[in-house]
Design a protein around this ligand. Sequence first.
Ligand code: GRF
Length: 212
Amino acid sequence: MKTLVILISGRGSNMQALLEAGLPINRAVVISNNPDAEGLKIAESLGARALCINHRDFQDRETFDTALATEINRHQPNLIALAGFMRILSHDFVQQYQGRLINIHPSLLPAYPGLHTHRHALQEGVKIHGCTVHFVTATVDHGPIVIQAAVPVMPDDTSQALANRVLQAEHRIYPQAVRWFLQDQLRLSGQVVTVSRATTHDSVIYSPGLQN
Ligand code: GRF
């Protein structure tokens, strides 16, 4: 019996990608801190248990995190996946789920931790941008990296256009990372994650493309 808990705050497109991926789970529980999250309805329509723990009902981060942990623990999940969950979690919360708490971030970490990653990438003029799935540690957006995907930055990109391109890649790598975890293919050693039986390839991404 494998259970996946997914934490969301809004749209929930990564959650949807996880729920539609045919992962080796018996049960998915989606928890939002925001009662208006569109993802809650999508989760229900896909047969997941969907519920809200509104952070506004709690006086501080610690009491919210305690209530959230109590709910999570009721479901005894194998893995907790943050999918656009917009609350910073307390040290104690992260500690308690060390090694089974995972996140998707819309940049090639360690570049651009935090918010507005696409805007920063455009401002810096990088030619390759992307997304990262990583284990969550107490330092925000710095945990051990499981998988990354790179996409080209186009000369006429807006933040939104770049975000859309990255999001397509997010929907590919997040289910892959979760599948590896559930199939026990991930080994953590310090900051380094090794994926057993993963394919490797040596292709190079050029952006802009090479010309003779
Ligand atoms: C994604 O870009 C994810 O990487 C970031 O927040 C966004 C959430 O989008 N952490 P969605 O709710 O999954 O559609």
